[in-house]
Design a protein. Structure first.
Length: 688
């Protein structure tokens, strides 16, 4: 038997140098991490000991793309932390706990290295004539060091080290706790009568889950493909309550997975970091590099949305309450676990439409063809599955992507279904970013979308809901942003843009989900082959704005909560749960339950990089509605408009200010007008 070689320490030898998942062992990660840090330090020493005058080429370029960093530390970090979200286990979690402080310390060692920063500062003050992209990189590099504490005195730097190392560990612990809590709960049913109201797809999926877990009957979990149908269709109100409370009290229990104190500490750590760096609040620190610029503009957007949508949302809630009152005991009120159930009944009453009617037309392999076909029609790109590209789980499919002229464009991984070691939700990530190397070769990206879509059962293929199709389109939009990247520097390529701009390409793609011309390309009944009937498409379009105002306020409430935490100037000492209830109150329509908590499972703002940035989804929604209005005017498949979107937005990454890029595509600044029109809300035009 041949001796095992660490695949990170030698050329991959795989198609397009893709990650050799099939050869990686757990012990390879730590070895590669430590060797990567050693090489990184070696390269930094070469840079700071260079006797030549600091220049853009011998200092900034080295900092961006030195061999030690790109070839090893970046690669192993990317693979490890992507798998920690998509395919983890107890051993991976333990290694993450061990490596996180070491990696944070190394990052601090680099950013707080006074000799390295002095070279960067000299280049920032005195440099040759730079291209716009080079200037952007230089500014980002200098600002990145400053925002990481390079200008602090020794005492400040030491304090910053302590704060950042603690914050990184707590963010990791937050995520691990949430995954464990999510997977720990199951609703086990053995009495078939308790399945009343549930569609066959939900029953079959629950039976398969029970079989996989070695149990009798039916098992429902808190993963969305299981949880959502149960809450929507089950007539068993008490069981709906149990499911709702299980999901909405995760990480609040008196056990090792409680996140309440972790959240409180993270909020205080981030506030202290920001104030140490000269900002009044963490929001001020974050928003300096966002399109919104400051908290005032964020609140202006959120308040405008509340003013525009709340009257309609109240009408939606009252209509729902009236329907529920016919079925709920007179001495009882409609509760949160009733809302999906009666929303479904109301949707059926008004539009004769529900998710189960559409599932047979959204078989996953057909949806994949439809989404790929959309990209082909807009941009001319094609996808070809390559089974020689290693993957990290059998659920994952790997594709080669080719441009309109047949040239290789990217590798695309798609990971569709929930499983034990996988975080909930959906996201896009990269295993390799795009950049142009020193030899002039355009190194193409390897992008991945990770989702938790309905699984196939023993009798049926994976049949999706329209909402799941939208999720696929959303993450695919992010992946196009990555795949079309065409910049010189990796840190400016693809989705490396300001976070209130990054959601534009993803939310833009969601618009296609209800377009008849698009649905006609893939929505065929999985058994009969019949196309999705015109009548069902009409109902989809007519119901597009069903509960839209309520959904908008829900997103706004999350934005308010996020801003409430991160605009604090004084230490946060209040209990999380009551603070949460008050923070988002003006966007809440009904009474709040006292023991539920969103914060402790709000990965976006606690562990996902969206702290003081959750408003970005609504900010980008204004952009996406405005952008799609251009396509609606010229044709939703118009190649000229699509090429402009690709050239001006999707391929440019962070090489220019995002508003500059947007105006180049649109011809002017966006307004809230298109969003209000799309949602059926009438109000005066306002710029953002």
């Amino acid at each position: 038997m041949s001796e095992h070689k660490n695949p990170f320490l030698e050329p991959y030898g795989t198609p397009h140098d893709t990650v050799p998942f099939n050869r990686i062992r757990l012990e390879d990660f730590e070895e590669a991490f430590m060797e990567g840090i050693r090489r990184d330090n070696e390269q930094i020493e070469k840079t700071i000991n260079n006797p030549e005058k600091p220049t853009f080429d011998n200092t900034i370029i080295n900092t961006e793309e030195d061999e030690g960093y790109y070839d090893l530390l970046s690669r192993v970090s990317t693979v490890f932390f992507n798998l920690l979200s998509a395919e983890t286990n107890d051993e991976m979690d333990a290694l993450a706990q061990k490596m996180q402080p070491i990696l944070t310390q190394h990052s601090n060692d680099v950013r707080l290295n006074p000799r390295l920063f002095e070279r960067i500062r000299q280049v920032h003050l005195h440099h040759r004539r730079l291209t716009a992209e080079e200037k952007r990189l230089l500014d980002n590099c200098y600002e990145g060091f400053v925002r990481s504490g390079a200008l602090l005195d020794d005492e400040g730097k030491e304090r910053l080290r302590q704060l950042t190392e603690e914050a990184s560990m707590l963010s990791l612990q937050f995520s691990q706790n949430l995954l464990k809590e999510n997977k720990a709960f199951t609703l086990d049913i053995t009495d078939e009568a308790q399945l009343d109201g549930l569609p066959e797809t939900a029953r079959e999926a629950a039976a398969l889950t029970a079989k996989e877990q070695g149990k009798q009957g039916w098992v429902f979990t808190l993963d969305i493909p299981s949880y959502s149908p149960f809450m929507t269709y089950s007539t068993q109100r008490e069981l709906r309550r149990q499911m709702y409370m299980a999901r909405n009290t995760m990480c609040t229990h008196d056990n090792a997975e409680n996140n309440l104190d972790i959240c409180k500490r993270l909020i205080n750590l981030r506030r202290e970091i920001a104030q140490l760096l000269g900002f009044k609040t963490y929001a001020d620190y974050v928003l300096k590099h966002r399109m919104a610029s400051n908290a005032r503009n964020v609140y202006r957007l959120l308040d405008d949305l509340i003013d525009a949508y709340k009257p309609t949302a109240f009408k939606e809630r009252e209509e729902l309450r009236k329907l529920a009152s016919k079925h709920i005991s007179p001495n009882e009120k409609m509760q949160p676990w009733d809302i999906p159930f009666y929303s479904h009944k109301l949707q059926m009453k008004k539009y004769n439409l529900d998710a189960e009617m559409l599932r047979p037309y959204f078989e996953l392999s057909q949806v994949i063809k439809g989404v790929f076909g959309l990209a082909n029609r807009l941009y001319g790109i094609t996808f070809r599955e390559n089974k020689d590209i290693p993957v990290y789980h059998p659920d994952v499919k790997a594709y080669e992507v080719f441009d309109r002229d047949g040239s290789y464009l990217a590798v695309f991984y798609a990971d569709f279904h929930p499983r034990k070691g996988k975080q909930g939700g959906a996201w896009m990530t990269e295993y390799q970013g795009q950049f142009i190397d020193r030899k002039g070769e355009n190194v193409r990206p390897h992008v991945s979308v990770v989702m938790n879509l309905t699984k196939p059962t023993e009798d049926k293929p994976a049949l999706l809901t329209l909402s799941e199709v939208e999720t696929f389109l959303h993450e695919f939009g992010h992946s196009l942003h990555g795949m079309f990247a065409n910049t010189r520097f990796e840190s400016l390529s693809g989705t490396n843009v300001w976070w209130d701009f990054v959601e534009l390409p993803s939310q833009f793609m969601e618009n296609y989900a209800i377009e008849k011309e698009f649905l006609r390309t893939f929505a065929f009944h999985y058994q009969t082959g019949e196309p999705l009937p015109d009548e069902l498409i009409r109902r989809i379009v007519r119901s597009r704005n069903f509960m839209a105002a309520t959904a908008c306020l829900r997103q706004v409430s999350f934005g308010l909560l996020d801003m409430a935490y991160y605009t604090m100037r004084e230490p946060f000492t209040t209990d999380i749960i009551p603070f949460e209830k008050k923070a988002w109150q003006k966007a809440i329509l009904g009474e709040q339950l006292t023991d539920t908590c969103m914060t402790v499972q709000f990965s976006h703002i606690m562990a996902g990089g969206y702290a003081a940035g959750y408003y970005s989804y609504k900010w980008a929604e204004v952009l996406d509605a405005d952008a799609f209005s251009v396509f609606k005017r010229h044709g939703i498949f118009d190649e000229k408009t699509a090429q402009s979107f690709r050239d001006n937005i999707l391929s440019k990454g962070g090489t220019e200010h995002p508003m500059t890029l947007y105006k180049r595509f649109r011809g002017g600044e966006p307004t809230i007008d298109a969003l209000l029109k799309r949602n059926g809300i009438k109000r005066e035009t306002k710029k953002i």
